[in-house]
Design a protein around this ligand. Sequence first.
Ligand code: HMG
Ligand code: MG
Length: 301
Amino acid sequence: MSLPTAVKIVEVSARDGLQNEKQFLETALKIEFINRLSAAGFQNIEAASFVSPKWVPQMADGAQVMAGITRRADTIYSALIPNLRGFEAALAAGAHEVVIFGAASESFSQKNINCSIAESIDRFAPVAQAALDAGLRLRASISCTLGCPYDGETSIDTVLDVVRRMRDLGVQEFDIADTIGVGTPLKTARLMESVAGIIPLHTIAGHFHDTYGQALANILAALQVGVSIFHSSVAGLGGCPYAKGATGNVATEDVLYMLHGMGIQTGIDLDHVVQTGAWISDQLGRPTSSRAGKALFLKNS
Ligand code: HMG
Ligand code: MG
């Protein structure tokens, strides 16, 4: 079995995690959270999203958050953008990478960004061009690749079709997202193998929500295919307000415990992440969803 020797973790808690919080969180808290994440050594942190504040009020202070954080030299700070207006805001805020986001399911596309898949690609075309012209990294997130809360099963062909269209826009990294955590390992492996048939393996990222407790197993399955970028969220925060039944992302502490235990390097300080997971859980007033986070915190305190 040949596995990647190093993995890039994209820490999504400040975006995927916080966007799902009902209560508006102070900008200062978001800034401190990201600063703590930066200090743990992540290569890539999703710091904000520049979407309609009518749709996701929690993310309305993205510009202030991006302006307030202390940036670590080797970290890429990313922002999600649904349109040109979002791109302009992300550029002004100094995002290193912008993330356009579509879906492999028509109903989810409508619910999340209020347009069909085809319309979203048309909308993303000038956004992608503008990002590339500005010299920003361009990433795309594709939701519901292993199932949709509204349309049920997603076919691999539909995922491949969206990946091809995103590739043709010049996208450099592709997030294959299990938005509602319904995927299982063999399905995940088959999907990742198929995607790797049309884009380079090193440009594929796995974004797994842990709703059904399958995320770590799915990550292992994807690793075995050779995928070497994964998204995770401290304390297992996360969820999309427009994906019925979606719970948190796989917890970063659990992913790091597994990867480091397998001798796979991430460059991230797990102890620091455990402390940050305990801190944000405290701030949000609820226990962490991370099993490893909880065990390591208790062991070390
Ligand atoms: P719309 O209502 O069709 O479009 O929304 P609109 O152009 O009529 O905009 C509505 C209002 O928002 C207007 O304001 C616009 O100006 C404003 P009004 O004229 O009514 O006062 N607006 C904006 N304001 C600030 N920044 C912007 C912006 N754009 C419009 N960029 C739209 C279409 C795409 C804007 C909306 O549907 C939207 O913002 N959706 C985002 C939903 C979202 O953020 N979902 C969560 C992120 S995706 C996710 O979590 C999945 C992921 O984790 C992977 C996975 O797990 O699957 C990535
Ligand atoms: Mg997500």
